[in-house]
Each structure stands twice: as structure tokens, then as C-alpha cells.
Design a protein around this ligand. Structure first.
Ligand code: ACM
Length: 499
């Protein structure tokens, strides 16, 4: 009754009990997992889990176990020993999370627990994820979230064997990414006025610390810097980046799609390359997201400079500047050895080499896959956690327009069954989105995230997991785990929002 549902699981006789004398045997590439096991079990159990060459909890990285891939693991729990093996260190990190779920839920407590035998059932598990991208996006632009919460959220992702934390760091309503070359991005762009003033930005040291913390848990932090739309906070800081010379703009105090977008002159591309250069310095992720969604082209259509640029480039209509713009920043990222990612919201062409996230309709993902793009499935009807999880009037106010319930999240899976194999092979995985227009506190974010994120993790890891036979019974046990982790299960008080 593990979530995500292991790909092969058998109960075998006996139990293994952790106690004061239990020691861990690990060396070389397995040391990180040994450290993580100790770190995660210490708060509740207080067990020292000393390292010893004769330890009975044995962690091994063996490249010969190639069938386990990058993140698979084998776990045998018997009465006298625990053997956790993987081909790569990340596989051991996933196995450590399984050990946590095999223990009594109290092992997950942040406070010492006494009088509980730390006993695991005998099991034989071979567990390999189907998809390599199993993520969650957190919007820290609309409502800034403290780095302490980002660490906790990372722990919750890792607990569900999710491996990507996508941080939406900039938007019309706030810029949270520090950029030394352009300090006003956070000093001006990080501060929102209006009826409910709001501000916040990270330091580079905080973000580097988060990246390291996440890496210890096998989670990659993927940064997103929005362009050329959703950039009003940057325009408030540096109006010269816009399409109307001499215009002063505020950090936007409304939700929705803002007409003001970046200009297309050389200084803007230089700005984007400088910003991304600093982003690459902080985030080692192979993938970097540059937004690309909801970019109205009205300003380009009415700007003489933008129209001239489109003509010079032989693009025809100014709306074609969108793909050109993304292509320019994509080339920069590729030259730096990174892979560009953007949102896809229709079936139109996007620059080659982009990995795309279709958010409106999975059919747009199919169109992109057929054109040769890698795809991460993010359709809003099954992956947007800012929609209420039920129609219960007690749900806190959320995104209008429907309910995304647990069953919808679990039912979607990643690659739709009716795609042809060549297109399905382009699907890297799936990801949940937690936009925060209506979410200003960590408690509210966690309330919305769980248990829906557990459902997404389940199917992304193991598409064969069945709602009735596997996930639903496992969730009943899992709820005790979420309680031990103090994930809020009751609707939080409504938070104040903009209009
Ligand atoms: C999006 O929801 N605008 C990606």
C-alpha cells in the first residue's frame, strides 16, 4: 500500500525492526541515500542509524542493474536485513521513500515519538518509474512563498517520488528572481501595491540552497522566467523594455491576461540573455522554462518599431514575432547546453528544440509531438490544482470554471492511450500546476496540493495503478501519513485576493 503503486510488490514472511543498534552499510555513491535515510527518520525515531561495514541495512549502487534505469530500485526487507539496490543514486533515494512508507505513519512526524516499534513488513519490491518527468509547478510570482515552504514542498514531492519542482518565478504581478545586473527587477518588480499590497523576492543564496536541498532528495528545480508576455513586473522596473517609449507602468494589480508585453528590440533580447545567464548560474537544471503563454500581440501590431522588426525579419504579420522571440532565447539556452521549455496553448508551430507543456488541451500536445517536440502533459482539466477539488461550498474560493477532482487527476495519466506510439514516445511525463492567484499561504497551497498530487504521482510513476484496486485502498492508509506530515486536510480560511 505504497503511493506511488510499486510496479512489482510481494509480501514475504516476517518483519524487520529498526532499533538503537541498527546500522547502515553504504559507501561511495550510496552515501547520499544513507544520509537521507538518517535525516528523514531521525526527527520521529531518534535512531542514530550509524554507518558500519557490518550494518544490516545495506544500500548499494550497482551500474550492472541497468534494467532499473535512472530511478528504479529493488528493495528486499527480511527479518534480519534490508537490501536496497539501484543502478543510480537517484534510485536509492526513491527506495528510501518507500522505506518511510513501510514504517508506521508516526515515523513521519516532525517530533519525537516514543513507544512505537519501528517495524516494517517483509517485502520484495522491484519498482521502476514509467515516466522520467514527474513534476509540480508552484507559482511564487502571484503570491511569494518563503523558502522554508519551498523546502517543505520539496520534501512532500520527494515523499511521492516526484522529481521536478518547477518554480514560476516571474509574472505580471511580481518578479521574485534576483538578477544582479538588473536590481530593480526585484526592488521594483517584486513589490505590488493595490488594495492588498504584496512583496517578496529570493536571494541567490536562498535559491542555491534550495537547489542543493532538492538535489539531496533527487528533485530538480526547474526555473521559469516568463517572456514575452506575463512580463508586466519587469516592465514596471524597466519601462524601456516595452513597446511604448516613455510609458510608466505599475506591477499589475489584477489577475488575468495583461496586454502589455516585452518589446522586440535588441535591448530586450540582450536583457533576456543576461537574465537567463544569471538564472543558469543558480539553477543547474538541464531544462529552463521561458513561459511563452498568453502573449497578446496588440502592442506589436500597433508599434511602429515592432512592425518594422517583423518586416525586416521577413515574418509577415507581427504575431509571428512570438515564435521568433522564443526561438532567439531558445538558441541562447541551447548554446549554453540547456533545453528550452515553453507552454503550448494551441496547435500552432513553436520553435524546434523546445520541450512543450500543453496546458489547454492534450490535443495540442499530440500536435506538438507529431512535429517532433518532447512533451510534458499539463492539461488544465486534470493537472491544475488551483481549481477546487470538489463542488462542496466549503471549498475555499479558487479558479473559476470547474472542479478538478482526485479522480480526474488520477484518470488522466500522462500519455493518452489513443495517441499513436511514435507520438506517445515523445511524452516525457506529466506535472501538476499550482497557480496562486487565490492562494496566499503555505497551508492553503498544501491543502490544494494533497491528496491530488499523490494521484498524479501514482499514475506518472505507474500508469497500471488502478483507481479501485490500487490507489483508493492505498490512499486510505496514505491519509494517516499526510496527517503525520501535518498536511492540512480541512479547508483553510479564505485568503484575501485581488479582484
Ligand atoms: C497558463 O495557464 N497560462 C500556462
Amino acid at each position: 500500500m505504497i503511493i506511488p503503486h510499486p510496479t512489482q510488490f510481494a509480501r514475504i514472511p516476517g518483519h524487520f525492526t529498526f532499533d538503537e543498534s541498527t546500522a547502515v552499510r553504504a559507501s561511495g555513491d550510496a552515501l547520499g541515500a544513507a544520509r537521507l535515510l538518517r535525516t528523514l527518520l531521525a526527527p520521529a525515531t531518534g535512531l542514530p542509524l550509524r554507518q558500519s561495514p557490518t550494518g544490516t541495512v545495506v544500500l548499494v549502487v550497482d551500474a550492472m542493474l541497468g534494467g532499473l534505469g535512472d530511478e528504479g530500485y529493488g528493495l528486499t526487507v527480511g527479518p534480519d536485513a534490508v537490501l536496497l539496490r539501484a543502478a543510480r543514486p537517484a534510485g536509492l533515494l526513491r527506495g528510501v521513500q518507500t522505506i518511510r512508507q513501510l514504517l508506521p505513519a508516526q515515523a513521519l512526524s516532525a517530533r519525537p515519538v516514543t513507544g512505537v516499534p519501528w517495524r516494517m513488513p517483509g517485502v520484495q519490491i522491484t519498482d521502476v518509474p514509467r515516466f522520467g518527468w514527474r513534476g509540480a509547478m508552484l507559482d511564487v510570482a502571484r503570491h511569494f512563498q518563503p523558502v522554508s515552504f519551498l523546502r517543505r514542498f520539496t520534501d512532500l514531492l520527494a515523499f511521492h517520488k516526484l522529481n521536478v519542482l518547477h518554480l514560476h518565478l516571474t509574472d505580471d504581478q511580481g518578479w521574485r528572481m534576483p538578477v544582479a545586473a538588473f536590481p530593480a527587477l526585484t526592488e521594483v518588480g517584486g513589490v505590488r501595491a493595490g488594495a492588498v499590497p504584496h512583496s517578496g523576492a529570493y536571494t541567490a543564496a536562498e535559491l542555491r540552497g534550495l537547489v542543493a536541498y532538492a538535489a539531496e532528495r533527487g528533485v530538480t528545480v526547474v526555473p521559469e522566467i516568463e517572456m514575452p508576455g506575463h512580463a508586466r513586473a519587469a516592465l514596471a522596473a524597466y519601462p524601456g523594455l516595452g513597446n511604448v517609449p516613455g510609458r510608466a507602468l505599475d506591477v499589475w494589480t489584477e489577475w488575468g491576461v495583461c496586454d502589455t508585453v516585452l518589446g522586440v528590440h535588441d535591448e530586450v533580447l540582450d536583457f533576456c540573455r543576461t537574465v537567463l545567464g544569471e538564472v543558469l548560474d543558480v539553477f543547474p537544471s538541464p531544462y529552463v522554462h521561458v513561459g511563452g503563454d498568453e502573449c497578446p500581440v496588440t502592442e506589436w501590431e500597433t508599434s511602429t518599431a515592432a512592425r518594422r522588426r517583423a518586416a525586416e525579419l521577413g515574418l509577415g504579420a507581427p504575431r509571428a514575432l512570438h515564435g521568433w522571440f522564443l526561438g532567439q532565447v531558445g538558441e541562447f539556452l541551447l548554446a549554453q547546453g540547456r533545453r528550452p521549455v515553453c507552454w503550448a496553448e494551441d496547435s500552432g508551430a513553436l520553435p524546434a528544440d523546445f520541450t512543450v507543456m500543453p496546458w489547454r488541451d492534450s490535443a495540442h500536445g499530440l500536435a506538438a509531438a507529431r512535429r517532433g517536440h518532447d512533451v510534458i502533459m499539463t492539461p488544465y482539466r486534470s493537472t491544475y490544482l488551483d481549481y477546487p477539488q470538489s463542488a462542496d461550498p466549503a471549498e475555499p474560493p479558487g479558479q473559476a470554471g470547474g472542479v478538478v477532482d482526485l479522480r480526474a487527476v488520477h484518470g488522466a495519466g500522462a500519455a493518452p492511450a489513443d495517441w499513436e506510439p511514435a507520438a506517445a514516445a515523445r511524452v516525457l511525463g506529466t506535472q501538476a500546476q499550482l497557480w496562486t492567484e487565490y492562494v496566499s499561504t503555505p497551508a492553503h497551497a498544501e491543502y490544494l496540493a494533497f491528496p491530488r498530487l499523490a494521484a498524479l504521482a501514482d499514475r506518472a510513476w505507474n500508469p497500471a495503478s488502478d483507481w479501485s484496486a490500487d490507489f483508493s485502498p492505498a490512499l486510505r492508509l496514505h491519509e494517516a501519513r499526510l496527517d503525520a506530515l501535518r498536511v492540512p486536510r480541512r479547508s483553510p480560511a479564505p485568503t484575501t485576493t485581488l479582484r
